[in-house]
Design a protein around this ligand. Structure first.
Ligand code: BG6
Length: 483
């Protein structure tokens, strides 16, 4: 099996914040890998734009250093790197003033795909959008790419949407949630909608509950200032986990088409019930394992920001009434492990006397690492001794199933940037989707702020606060181990 690379049209991609951390770590190495794969066709170019004064040569040098740091050596053939670097240009730009804009205009070609990546603080989105238009740089078909955080509540998200809408149409705006660029996240849709097997059972009649876990081992060091104003709810649940929830819970779209998919996701978000305070557990990691605590990394020594959250969520619609979704995410946990586990109900009646080994079927979709699927099924325990039952996994680790040439899947950013160039918005969040997600999130955060709730301390290297276990135990269920 050879992976197919579909060339994209010739483009000029401007990266505002071209010397920033995201550009260095993700965007430019991702573009290099697409170049290597033969996808950056013709004389496509990347134009870095930032405040610092530098020329093309200096910018190319910073990018060369980023590639050295973030692309494995075996992929850095010197001639290929040189060729890639020759497509890079740089313009020093003043986002809040007029400096540099005419130079950018002179550089842009009107007859190729134009994309502008706003890899800058959201406070600058409006300034950039305004100047791209007032200087006549961005044409009617130009695309803009914006990063999270897209607002910190409904009011700020709305304000951002309004600002962008003054200069660009919704069809031109690509709001990134990098989880949607992950291979296995898209596989959720393939599993559900390209197989007849699961969909008839995909409802509360047959599904007892769903668990979504995004566990990380990293802490917030180095990002304390941003994170403290955000916390796990804003940083992970409102966007990434919400997207996973949508892909699991949505109705089949009539077509794999941007608005058809996004319409269905939006309906899920709108059907989310408010969450009761007793269904939320927030935690903050303590010091341990030679590492400082959350508070050691925060600028606020009495911060109540959560680095962990677990919650029970209900979706009020015909399909899901009565099936809880348990969500959890946290930093400094035992392992880096993201998975979705769908636990089916027990068969209505057992014909077997031996119910000892009895367990429900569970479909586990592993997002990272070791991407794959595992379906836990009951079989007869081999050997004499009557009909004894045992649970075994039908295991499909994608790396084993797909072979070596698929071992390195493209990074989420590579896929998403190429989708921008192709003009495909399926994997990007629409403005109304983001606003609906905030409309659900705001009262939850407002609730714990008003109550003055404090997060519970948890030891690093564990699966989070004790109370999170209780969240499931009291329903007669338990979390899957994080490993
Ligand atoms: C980011 C969050 O959006 O996603 C980070 O801001 C988090 O806090 C990261 O660590 C997780 O992404 P991934 O791809 O490593 O699972």
């Amino acid at each position: 099996m050879v992976s197919r690379v579909i060339p994209v049209e010739v483009f000029d991609l401007v990266i505002f914040g071209g010397t920033g951390d995201l550009a260095r770590r993700k965007i430019l190495p991702g573009l290099y890998r697409r170049f290597l794969a033969g996808q950056m066709t013709g004389d496509s170019r990347i134009i870095g734009a930032a405040r610092a004064e530098m020329d093309d040569a200096a910018f190319r040098k910073t990018v060369a250093e980023a590639l050295e740091e973030f692309v494995p050596e075996k992929h850095r053939d010197p001639a290929t790197v040189r060729d890639f670097l020759s497509r890079l240009h740089y313009v020093a730009i003043d986002a809040k003033g007029e400096g540099g804009w005419s130079a950018l205009k002179a550089l842009m070609r009107p007859d190729v795909v134009q994309a502008f990546y706003f890899s800058v603080a959201p406070a600058l989105f409006g300034d950039l959008a305004l100047r791209l238009k007032s200087h006549g740089i961005a044409g009617e078909e130009a695309r803009i790419v914006v990063e999270k955080p897209f607002g910190r509540d409904l009011a700020t998200a709305r304000a951002l949407n309004t600002t962008l809408a003054q200069h660009f149409e919704e069809r031109q705006i690509y709001r990134i949630d990098h989880y949607l660029g992950k291979e296995t996240v898209q596989n959720l849709m393939a599993v559900r909608f390209a197989n007849i097997l699961f969909e008839p059972l995909w409802k509360s009649e047959y599904i007892d509950h769903v668990q979504i876990t995004v566990a990380e081992t990293v802490g917030v060091e180095g990002r304390g200032a941003y994170y403290d104003k955000s916390g796990a709810m804003r940083d992970m649940v409102q966007n990434h986990i919400m997207q996973l929830l949508c892909l699991i819970a949505m109705e089949p779209p009539y077509h794999f088409d941007p608005d058809a998919v996004r319409d269905e996701k939006l309906k899920v978000i709108r059907a989310l019930d408010p969450v009761a305070p007793e269904d939320i557990v927030r935690g903050q990691y303590l010091a341990g394992g030679g590492q400082g605590s959350y508070l050691d990394h925060s600028e606020n020594p009495t911060s109540r920001t959560e680095s962990y959250i677990a919650m029970k969520v209900h979706i009020s619609n015909w399909r899901w009434k009565g099936t809880p979704f348990y969500l959890r995410t946290g930093k400094r946990l035992r392992a880096r492990a993201s998975e979705i586990a769908i636990t089916f109900r027990e068969p209505p009646h057992s014909i077997f006397d031996d119910a000892k080994g009895w367990r429900e079927n569970v479909l586990v979709i592993r997002l990272q690492p070791d991407e794959g699927m595992n379906l836990m099924v009951m079989i007869k325990e081999p050997g004499p001794g009557g009909m004894r039952l045992m649970q075994v996994p039908l295991d499909m680790t994608f790396a084993d199933a797909l072979g070596a040439e698929h071992a390195e899947t493209p990074d989420a950013y590579e896929r998403l940037i190429m989708d921008v160039i192709r003009g495909n918005q399926t994997l990007f969040m629409r403005g109304d989707e983001v606003e609906a997600a905030w409309a659900w999130t705001d009262p939850i955060i407002g609730g714990w702020e008003a109550r003055g709730d404090k997060p519970q301390g948890y030891d690093p290297g564990t699966s989070g606060p004790e109370d999170a276990l209780m969240l499931m135990h009291r329903d007669g269920r338990r979390w899957r181990d994080i490993r």
